[in-house]
Design a protein around this ligand. Structure first.
Ligand SMILES: CC(C)(COP(=O)(O)OP(=O)(O)OC[C@H]1O[C@@H](n2cnc3c(N)ncnc32)[C@H](O)[C@@H]1OP(=O)(O)O)[C@@H](O)C(=O)NCCC(=O)NCCS
Length: 121
C-alpha cells in the first residue's frame, strides 16, 4: 500500500494573543540564537506591527509565522535604486520543518509585501 500526504492551504491571518506559545515554540526550534524572540519580544511585535505579524494556521495548528516591520528613514538614493517608495524588513520568519517547500513562507510574506506596495489585501 502506498501513502501520500494531502495538503490543504493554511489560513494566513494576523497573530492573536493565544498564538503566543506556538510562535515561541517555532522560534525556539527554528530561528538562530541571535534572532530568537522572547515572550516579551513577541508581545512587543503584537503591539507595534500587527499587520506585519502573521501566522499560518493549518488544522488549528500554527505551522509558520512572520514578523517584520516597515523600514523608516530609508535614504532617497536607496529608494531610487530599488525603484521603491516603501521598504520593509523581515525580522523573523519560520515554517515548521515538515511543511516546508510548499509555499507557506511565500504566503506569509505576500500580504505585507502587498501592503507596502499599497495594494489591497
Ligand atoms: C526559510 C523558511 C521560512 C522557508 O519556508 P518555506 O515555507 O519552506 O518557503 P517557501 O516554500 O515559500 O519557499 C519559497 C522559495 O524560497 C526558496 N527556498 C525556500 N527554502 C529554501 C532552501 N532550504 N534552500 C534554497 N531555497 C529555498 C525557494 O526558491 C522556494 O521556492 P521553490 O520551493 O519553488 O523552489 C523555512 O525554511 C524555515 O523556517 N527555515 C528555518 C528558519 C529560518 O532560517 N528563517 C529565516 C531567518 S529568520
Amino acid at each position: 500500500m502506498c501513502c501520500y500526504e494531502s495538503f490543504v492551504h493554511p489560513a494566513i491571518r494576523r497573530y492573536e494573543k493565544n498564538d503566543g506559545v506556538a510562535v515561541l515554540q517555532l522560534s525556539q526550534k527554528y530561528t538562530s540564537w541571535d534572532s530568537t524572540p522572547t515572550e516579551a519580544d513577541i508581545q512587543g511585535f503584537y503591539s507595534s506591527e500587527p499587520d506585519f505579524f502573521l501566522v499560518a494556521e493549518l488544522d488549528r495548528r500554527i505551522v509558520g509565522f512572520v514578523y517584520g516591520r516597515e523600514s523608516k528613514s530609508v535614504p532617497d538614493e536607496a529608494l531610487r535604486r530599488w525603484k521603491a517608495t516603501k521598504v520593509g524588513s523581515v525580522e523573523v520568519l519560520a515554517v515548521e520543518g515538515q511543511y516546508r517547500r510548499r509555499g507557506i513562507a511565500t504566503l506569509l510574506l505576500n500580504p505585507p509585501v502587498r501592503g507596502l506596495r499599497g495594494e489591497r489585501n
